[in-house]
Design a protein around this ligand. Structure first.
Ligand code: COS
Length: 380
């Protein structure tokens, strides 16, 4: 069993770490305070090739797979969770197109998403279809005369939705069949009948704008159907299997970032005549934070390894995401506690990391849903 990264993977990790330090860190607080999508950060990610991770070079991608994605996403999350989430969520659409798309769709959409600076979004959730993803109500009915799908319905809580150029949308093409009538369709920004509704005000992850997407008699060419009619639910679930590894990576990254800050602070902060790191109570905090984060990272890497080896990874993706998300909350909470009053102030990044970390227990499936997925597999 070899736990080491290859030279290329070490290089990606280093490059992503440097990018996070030089590009993301300086604007992370501002992105959070202004609640704005960091357009420049995303364009720079595209210029370097981060937005094409997991897609072969022939389609404008940068190659690599789930582990390379994990490395980049984690490094970003150490400094700016919003930017890390933007990358991780963006990658769902190109990965799904690469896996399920036909050659024409790959040629037409992938280069834009991998290196062209186009942002992708994943639109499954609806007001009444959250954890119960099969309860989607948005319809796409084929008009045989024009060979277009006519879309009607509303998606909500769509990460990056207000900025996305290409939306991977889940709809019912045969509403009478329920989730077996679900299909995946690609919708481009600017398509008549497609508009942005409410942009949410959130507790954290403020740079990753979360929006409502509204479809009113929106006509999309039938050639934008990804895979076959009726395959939508499985495409969504498989896309989420990958996305959950990405969320696990975000959670590991934010925990690592909070731990690094805490270690530094415990050496600098003097109370009772000595650095607080000399106090055993603080050492125990640091030991727990480091051990649990290392364990969370191993599980995320393992799920990524399974995905890259083309092995079943639904359960491990759920496990790694569940565990890393719980750990991110645990570690950012302790990191804030170690920083005391300073940690609670907006002058320090701890309170932002604490707020941002919470979302990893909710999006791409709640912790409770992951327990359902895991228990079903274990108890089968
Ligand atoms: N990969 C491939 N196929 C899958 C799958 C996966 N990971 N998970 C389920 N399926 C298939 C099943 O095999 C089943 O196929 P058959 O009918 O051919 O047997 C079909 O999909 C329906 O599966 P299931 O019966 O398990 O569906 P449920 O309605 O019980 O839902 C959960 C399953 C709860 C796991 C699903 O709804 C889910 O993941 N919910 C959370 C949604 C989510 O993460 N939302 C966040 C969106 S992005 S912020």
């Amino acid at each position: 069993m070899d736990f080491s990264l290859t030279r290329e993977q070490e290089m990606i990790k280093r490059l992503a770490g440097q990018f996070a330090q030089e590009v993301l860190d300086p604007v992370a607080a501002e992105v959070d305070a202004e609640h704005t999508f960091p357009v420049d950060n995303f364009k720079k990610m595209a210029d370097i090739g981060f937005t094409g991770i997991g897609v072969p070079k022939e389609y404008g991608g940068s190659g690599g797979g789930a582990l390379e994605e994990v490395l980049a996403v984690s490094e970003f999350a150490k400094k700016c969770m919003s930017s890390s989430a933007i990358l991780s969520i963006h990658l769902i659409a190109p990965h799904a197109i690469y896996k399920f798309g036909n050659e024409e769709q790959k040629q037409s959409f992938l280069p834009k998403l991998t290196k062209g600076g186009y942002l992708g979004a994943f639109a499954l959730t609806e007001p009444n279809a959250g954890s119960d993803a099969g309860a989607v109500k948005t319809t796409a009915i084929l008009d045989p005369e024009t060979n277009e799908y006519v879309l009607n319905g509303t998606k909500c809580f769509i990460s990056g939705g207000s900025r996305a150029d290409i939306v991977l949308l889940f709809v019912l093409t045969q509403p009478e069949k329920g989730l077996k009538g679900m299909s995946a369709i690609l919708v481009e920004k600017g398509t008549p009948g497609f508009s942005i509704g409410k942009v949410e005000s959130k507790m954290g992850l403020s740079g990753s704008e979360t929006a409502e997407l509204i479809f009113e008699d929106c006509r999309v060419p039938a050639s934008n159907l990804l895979g076959k009619e009726g395959q939508g639910f499985k495409i969504a679930m498989q896309a989420l299997d990958g996305a959950r590894i990405g969320t696990g990576a975000q959670a590991v990254g934010v925990a690592e970032g909070a731990l690094e800050l805490s270690v530094k602070y415990t050496k600098e902060r003097v109370q009772f005549g000595k650095p607080i790191g000399a106090l055993q109570g603080i050492q125990w905090y640091i030991a727990d934070m480091a051990t649990k984060t290392e364990a969370a990272k191993s599980l995320v890497y393992y799920a990524a390894y399974l995905k890259d080896a083309d092995k079943p990874h639904t359960t491990e993706a759920a496990m790694c995401k569940l565990n890393a998300a719980e750990n991110a909350r645990f570690v950012t909470n302790l990191a804030l506690q170690i920083h005391g009053g300073y940690g609670y102030m907006k002058d320090y990044p701890l309170e932002r990391m604490y707020r941002d970390a919470k979302i990893t227990e909710i999006y791409e499936g709640t912790s409770e849903i992951h327990k359902v997925v895991i228990a079903r597999a274990v108890m089968k």
